[in-house]
Design a binder for this molecule. Structure first.
Ligand code: SF4
Length: 274
C-alpha cells in the first residue's frame, strides 16, 4: 500500500481554492526558496522541532515531530468528515506542501481516489516536475494553484535553487490546454516584487489566452498576490535550522496595491492573498 508523508491537515481552509476545503500538506519540496515560510515542509523526512512554552516565568520545552506517514484510506477518512461542508460551499480538497508532486505516486493515487468519490480537487504546486508527470495528473485536478515566482532563470536559480524552465513549460501546457489555473505570486520585497519581474510575468501570461484553441473559453488566468511576511521566522529556530527567512522585512501595503493595479491594467483579475 502506498504511503505518503504528510506534515499537516488543515480543515475549514478558505484560502486554498473555492468554498470550504480540507488542505493536505505534503512533506518534501525540491526548491529551497530563500523566503520559505514553511521550512518544516522542505525535507522529505520526518523532522524534530522544539517548542518553548513559558508559564509563570518558567520555560518548558516540548518536542514535536513534523511529518507522519499516512495511507490513502486514512486521508480519505479525514476528508470525508467534511463532505457536507464541501457540498454546501462548493469546496473540496486541496493538496499543498511542500510540493505534492515530489511524492508523485502517492499524489496521483490520492487524486484518483478523490475524483472517484467526486470531491473537487485543487493542487497547490510549484510546477517543478517533468512534462510527463504534469500530463499524468492533469485529468484528476479541477483547479491548479500555480506558483510563479521569478521569471529570470538566473535569479530564479539564485533564490530557489532550481531553474524555472520546466516550471514555465508546464504552466504553458496547462494554459494552452484550457485548464483551470490560478497564478499565485509570492510578493517578496526586493526579490519578486521588482518592476521587471512583474512586467515579465504579465508578458509571459498575456499571449497565453490568445493561443488557446477557439473552442475553449479565452480568458486570462486570475492572479493572487501573496504578501510575504516574517511571522514564520520562529519556525527556523524551532526546527534547529541555521539559515533564516530572507528578507527581514514584510511587504509594504502600498507596493502591493501598486502591483495589483499594474496587473489589473493589463487585464488580470487580481486578488490580494490566497
Ligand atoms: S516552494 Fe514553498 S515550500 Fe518549497 S521552498 Fe519554496 S516556499 Fe518553501
Amino acid at each position: 500500500m502506498t504511503k505518503g508523508l504528510i506534515f499537516d491537515i488543515k480543515r475549514f481552509a478558505v484560502h486554498d481554492g473555492p468554498g470550504i476545503r480540507t488542505t493536505v500538506f505534503f512533506k518534501g519540496c525540491p526548491l529551497a526558496c530563500t523566503w520559505c515560510h514553511n521550512p518544516e515542509s522542505r525535507s522529505p523526512e520526518p523532522e524534530k522541532s522544539t517548542k518553548h512554552i513559558s508559564l509563570n516565568g518558567i520555560t518548558f520545552e516540548k518536542e514535536e515531530i513534523a511529518g507522519r506517514e499516512m495511507t490513502i484510506k486514512g486521508l480519505l477518512h479525514e476528508v470525508e468528515r467534511d463532505r457536507i461542508f464541501f457540498e454546501e460551499s462548493g469546496g473540496g480538497v486541496t493538496l499543498s506542501g511542500g510540493e505534492p508532486l515530489f511524492q508523485i505516486d502517492f499524489c496521483m493515487e490520492l487524486l484518483q481516489a478523490l475524483r472517484k468519490r467526486e470531491f473537487h480537487t485543487a493542487l497547490d504546486t510549484t510546477g517543478y516536475t517533468t512534462g510527463k508527470e504534469i500530463r499524468q495528473i492533469t485529468p484528476f485536478v479541477d483547479l491548479f494553484l500555480y506558483d510563479l515566482k521569478l521569471m529570470d532563470d538566473e535569479t530564479h536559480q539564485q533564490h530557489t535553487g532550481v531553474s524555472n524552465k520546466q516550471i514555465l513549460e508546464n504552466l504553458k501546457y496547462l494554459l494552452e490546454e484550457g485548464k483551470n489555473v490560478i497564478i499565485r505570486v509570492p510578493v517578496v520585497p526586493g526579490i519578486t516584487d521588482t518592476q521587471s519581474n512583474i512586467r515579465s510575468i504579465i508578458n509571459f501570461l498575456e499571449p497565453m489566452h490568445t493561443s488557446i484553441p477557439p473552442y475553449l473559453p479565452t480568458s486570462l488566468p486570475d492572479v493572487h498576490l501573496l504578501p510575504y511576511h516574517t511571522t514564520a521566522k520562529n519556525k527556523y529556530r524551532r526546527f534547529h535550522m541555521n539559515e533564516s527567512m530572507k528578507p527581514e522585512v514584510s511587504v509594504n501595503k502600498e507596493k502591493l496595491t501598486q502591483l495589483k493595479r499594474e496587473m489589473e491594467r493589463a487585464g488580470f483579475k487580481v486578488k490580494l492573498g490566497g
